[in-house]
Design a binder for this molecule. Sequence first.
Ligand code: 5GP
Length: 225
Amino acid sequence: MRSGPSHLFPIVLAGPSGGGKTTVRQELLKRHADLLFSVSATTRRPRLDEHDGRDYRFLGREAFEDLIKSGDLLEWAEVHGELYGTPHANLRRARDEGANLLLDIDVQGAKQLRAVEPDAVTIFLLPPDFRRLVERLRGRGSENEEAFRTRMRTASSELSEIERFDFAVVNDDLDDTVRAVEAILSAERHRVKRLSPDVKDRVRFLGESLNRMLAASVEQEARSE
Ligand code: 5GP
């Protein structure tokens, strides 16, 4: 089900792995209680510091495929041989809680999400330079050269998708990147098409009050003539 423009739009952080999405996302969540992290489902195994339900919902392949079959996923994609997907329930929960859902997903997922949720705001995070991109790609469980090549291939094809995004931020310095994302969110929240019900009520109240005052003024003038 598509929803119209809302101040509770989902925010997508995408871009090549190695662009620093996780760190940026964690910092945003630390600073903004009105953002809700979208915990994805995945078939990949947990890393040492990861917890089920906090970082991901870690599922077996069969359980993940059941989610696909039952239409429970807003989007899903295969990344480096593992399945990743966003449950519909995440977006519903964010809206119920009056929060913006923050998604850290890959470029294919961002494309699907845009199709089902045109209201989403998509941000492409770019690695600061080639050296750091390669360092991060190497450091990501790239235990052998073939795995490393796969990550380079994926990153290269992801870069070519940048034009489809609303915004791009070069993740050179964490603070600057977070500030840039905050500026984007703030500007998006101020779009007239996204006015919150509170602001809409205020506009209505101001208009009605003015009209009442105008009518009273006209009436008074008529009486005094
Ligand atoms: P990692 O295994 O390093 O946590 O994530 C690998 C890639 O999968 C990252 O680019 C991450 O953003 C992406 N990813 C994480 N969750 C999802 C999801 O729900 N959907 C999609 N399409 N990609 C995801």
